[in-house]
Design a protein around this ligand. Sequence first.
Ligand SMILES: Cc1cc2nc3c(=O)[nH]c(=O)nc-3n(C[C@H](O)[C@H](O)[C@H](O)COP(=O)(O)OP(=O)(O)OC[C@H]3O[C@@H](n4cnc5c(N)ncnc54)[C@H](O)[C@@H]3O)c2cc1C
Length: 506
Amino acid sequence: MTSLWLDARGPDKDSAVATSPDEFTPGNSYDSVVVGAGITGLVTALMLARTGSNVLVLEARHIGAVNTGNTTAKLSLLQGTSLSALRNQYPVDVVRAYVDANRAGQKWLLEYFEGRGVPFQYRDAYTFATTPAGADRLRAEAFVARAAGLNVKSTRETGLPFDVDDALRLAKQAQFNPMDVLDALSEDVRAAGGSIVEGVRVMNVRNGDPLTVVTRKGEVTARNVVLATGTPILNRGLYFAKLRPNRSYAAALRLPDGMSPPPGMYLSAEPPTRSLRDYPVPDGGSLLLVGGFGHAGGRAPSMQAHVDEMLAWAERYYPGAEVTHTWSAQDYQATNLMPFFGRYPRGRGKILFGTGYNKWGMTNGVAAALDVVSDITGSGQLPWARTIHRRTTGPRGAASAISFNLETQRQNFGDKAALKEKPPITEETSPAEGTGVTGLFHGKPAAVCTVDGVVCRVSAECAHLGGILHWNDAEKSWDCPLHGSRYSAAGKLLEGPATHNLFKLQ
Ligand SMILES: Cc1cc2nc3c(=O)[nH]c(=O)nc-3n(C[C@H](O)[C@H](O)[C@H](O)COP(=O)(O)OP(=O)(O)OC[C@H]3O[C@@H](n4cnc5c(N)ncnc54)[C@H](O)[C@@H]3O)c2cc1C
């Protein structure tokens, strides 16, 4: 599946990276190497390049490949029921600091859009409830949001094509096409003297002065390194054990004549998550984007069933709409709900990172960049960052981390036991087109699938920590249910904390 945003870039973005204007030169030295060309990485790189730093961005795949090119790109401080969830774990000053961080991220991007002429639209943001339980959650959210400084209003007038039990509105938030901003950022990084190299995967960062950045194509050195890779690729710090990968879905719909998208940006308060916004197409007209219907990464019996459920829901309210694109992506939720950013453990203050935005990375990713850059340039810690860095994880956050890791272990044991009960994989195993199976092949965990008539047999063990992979029937990929690493049908690493491809089994 390819997102509306990435589809405009041509059919195979991963193969097209050879056209990237900058070259990777092993042995070179930089002030900063930024790993990952999503919103976090490119905003960080631009801010650093503008201070006169010699910056290199290394991107394993292509710009926007993972989350940012597959987001729904609402730039909003009203974020579902996130604030009341945070308030259940933290004092109000920490929740306020979270809002201030997001406000700073939103402000930076809006100013950038205005200054750079990147198209965007102001929209009112709504969180809506369609059940009494959801309405209760909204009351709690309204209380915390107001205490944290947001002027949210309760309303039942939403412009949605269905009744709601209640809704919160925050006026004048924004939305955009995420590839428009990544394009502008990339151009500006290069104009400020930085380089962006696509198709180079970072495998490790070795401590030292300078740091050594190890890639599949050689090594470079840097005075500091920013990991803007979504989930961090270095296992030190054990962030993979503190980040839940949550996968969700999106679709773009062309509505029949006489129907138009609702006027705001929307998110439901209760599951299944339902998200809506419009997209004014540059050459005229408007598409409706719907999304949500998510699950823990790699852990749904059928990912396609989630796509089908989303489309059936959209068809109910927008009958006759033509589906132009469907896509999916996963973002990471910190077990203690607060995004992680700043100094990476055991990096001597020279390795920095940002992750755990819980599907609000358009604001949080920029906030992370602001913090990381203020640390690198020594320009003084931002007040909201100081409060967030000094927070302590309370009992609920600790319990959530324990339960996530117990679930993960249970999943791992269950998957390994189940593998032995499955029919063995042989040289003749050839699943139906678009399907994949796992089993033992000469005693080793194997994953076999058929995509576009090609049968591929690879190790079924994730290259990160050996979790047994599950077939993703929507994306035609192998997904790890432990920490979210994903691979193509042929075993090429797509995303996640892993740094290696899968072994091919001959
Ligand atoms: C369906 C969906 C809808 C969303 N909607 C919204 C929304 O409306 N508003 C909002 O604020 N947020 C939203 N989010 C969240 C938001 O998209 C993310 O939080 C944000 O894009 C994360 O940006 P990032 O730069 O940290 O990561 P990414 O965009 O994932 O970038 C990380 C980059 O690092 C690269 N990389 C990884 N490993 C390596 C390596 N070893 N070497 C080199 N490069 C590497 C990857 O290829 C990737 O390009 C949504 C998320 C999803 C899943």
